[in-house]
Design a protein around this ligand. Structure first.
Ligand code: HEC
Ligand code: HEC
Ligand code: HEC
Length: 445
């Protein structure tokens, strides 16, 4: 249950002792820090009774009566059953090593640091009751709904938050649940079964494979915050539990890219639209492709730019436009790609056969309308533990200048991804400006 709830993700700092807290959380009003939840009686929660522990998990009220900020996902943990809380308590008090690491005070300025409004917040925005099975649903659905809404707290990243930092929906019965949201500079994608914007083209087994390994060949890999979810939490779950979660996700109402239910998400309409556009393509090209709905998972195509560079040294400064112009047709983006990325992802971007180095076309990150995850993956790399091996892509934050990052992303988007310029008729300059505007966020400055 501790792994399913991923307490470690927020309560274990990178170089800190297990569960000793100290991680920083940005909230709209300032920075706060997770606390020491080891059974140390002075600095940790060693004095918590089971009742107090239950209250802090379900209602966000600490033993001394102060109300926690909802960075601690108690609105989701409110779903935990009595039995699971008992099990968590036993684990927390007996299996976690006590640590004497002191807590850090939040840096939220007065008067916002007064904790009392959080009690009011809790009453308004944290309405979930402990889980009870729905009689007319399958055992899998019930188990999956419990794990997703409760311990897994998937909505704390994948559901949009409102002005008061509350998740707009806590279950599939409310509009917007798991419709996608920004978190720590990443896009936590739409998990509803919409065919275009969500997981409509994934099978239940696809979802299980992704959650247990973080890598679904030809569709998606888990980087950033999701890599941590896989490393600390999901890869430890049984296949039955993961399958139950997939059953539940597949049963949710499909939401479009704006997190809304509406005509745009009618899968039949979309298939008809896709059939029309592929007829048109067939007319244009004289070929007979099967109709395919444009999703995040089928954008882009293999690149052949390497041919342009035959016989050209790759170590030329890629931004030396004049020289490149004289030598080849290659753009700075092509050179950057071939110099920095091709050794792993292949000159054509197809990755390796086994999918260890993923294809960059037909990839949820390059295929997304949000450029954020692409930038984050390039700047921060990817690190994840898999059962049996580690996954590693190096970070390029110090080796690429701002200009180079934009050149590279521009190339990747157009070759392997959404092709924003072609789609929106944005001129190259507008698109570059849009990307440049986000640089500060991505670089974390
Ligand atoms: C998404 C991040 C996140 C996750 C996951 C998380 N916590 Fe927390 N938790 C926090 C933050 C942040 C605080 C401090 C909030 C504050 O100061 O208002 C906190 C505070 C607490 C406290 C209050 C301690 C005290 O008295 O000061 C307890 C107890 C706690 N968490 C237990 C848990 C347990 C048990 C789990 C797993 C079931 C868990 N947390 C999972 C972020 C998280
Ligand atoms: C801490 C934030 C966070 C939590 C909690 C979280 N996710 Fe994610 N998730 C993300 C981010 C960010 C991405 C995008 C990762 C990437 O592009 O590399 C993602 C991606 C995914 C994807 C791939 C979607 C796609 O289209 O590529 C799936 C499936 C997924 N998450 C399922 C879940 C489930 C199920 C849970 C709950 C058990 C969950 N996530 C909890 C942040 C989170
Ligand atoms: C040393 C090998 C290596 C190099 C060099 C490399 N990558 Fe990767 N890349 C990986 C691995 C490994 C993964 C993760 C696979 C997984 O998640 O299972 C990855 C994942 C990705 C992803 C998916 C990230 C996500 O969150 O879904 C993108 C996009 C990507 N790489 C782009 C690039 C770009 C652009 C470059 C050049 C700047 C590059 N890579 C250079 C090995 C590499």
């Amino acid at each position: 249950m501790a792994q399913a709830s991923d307490c470690a993700a927020c309560h274990t700092a990178e170089d800190g002792e297990d569960y000793a807290g100290g991680l920083t959380f940005e909230t709209p009003v300032g920075e706060i820090f997770s606390t020491n939840i080891t059974p140390d009686t002075e600095h940790g929660i060693g004095n918590y009774t089971l009742e107090e522990y239950t209250r802090v998990l379900r209602e966000g009220e600490a033993a001394d009566g102060h109300n926690l900020y909802p960075a601690m996902p108690f609105p989701s943990y409110a779903r935990l059953t009595d039995d699971d809380i008992k099990a968590l308590y036993a684990w927390n008090m007996h299996d976690v090593e006590p640590s004497s690491t002191p807590n850090r005070e939040s840096e939220i300025p007065f008067p916002l640091n007064m904790r009392w409004p959080m009690g009011l917040w809790e009453e308004i925005f944290s309405p979930l009751e402990p889980w009870q099975d729905t009689a007319d649903k399958s055992a899998d659905w019930n188990r999956g709904a419990y794990l997703v809404q409760g311990p897994g707290h998937c909505g704390s990243c994948h559901t949009e938050r409102g002005l008061a930092f509350q998740e707009k929906a806590l279950t599939g019965d409310e509009e917007g649940y798991l419709g996608g949201a920004m978190i720590e500079g990443w896009r936590a994608f739409n998990l509803t079964p919409d065919i275009k914007d969500g997981l409509g083209s994934w099978s239940e087994q696809d979802i299980v494979t992704y959650l247990s390994t973080g890598n679904l060949k030809g569709k998606a890999q888990a980087g950033g915050p999701m890599a941590d979810v896989i490393t600390h939490s999901m890869r430890h779950m049984t296949d039955e539990d993961l399958n139950a979660m997939a059953v539940y996700l597949k049963s949710l109402p499909a939401l479009n890219g704006k997190g809304e239910q509406g005509e745009a998400v009618n899968d039949d309409d979309r298939k008809a639209e896709a059939a029309k556009s592929s007829e048109k393509q067939a007319d244009d090209k004289g070929s007979q492709d099967t109709p395919q709905v444009a999703t995040r998972f089928n954008q882009g195509a293999p690149a052949d730019d390497v041919l342009l560079l035959r016989g050209q040294p790759l170590d030329k400064r890629p931004d030396d436009e004049d020289l490149i112009g004289q030598l080849t047709e290659a753009t700075p983006g092509v050179r950057l790609y071939l110099g920095h990325c091709a050794m792993c992802h292949g000159a054509d971007g197809a990755g390796t056969q086994d999918g260890y180095y993923p294809s960059l076309f037909h990839n949820s990150v390059t295929g997304s309308v949000y450029p954020d995850n692409l930038a984050q993956a390039i700047l921060n790399g990817v690190q994840r533990e898999n059962n049996g091996h580690s996954v590693f892509m190096p970070a390029f934050d110090t080796s690429l200048t701002d200009d180079e990052l934009i050149n590279l992303m521009d190339y990747l988007e157009n070759r392997f991804g959404e092709g924003h310029q072609a789609k929106t008729l944005a001129t190259p300059d507008t698109r570059r400006q849009q990307l440049s505007d986000k640089l500060e966020d991505w670089r974390g400055e």
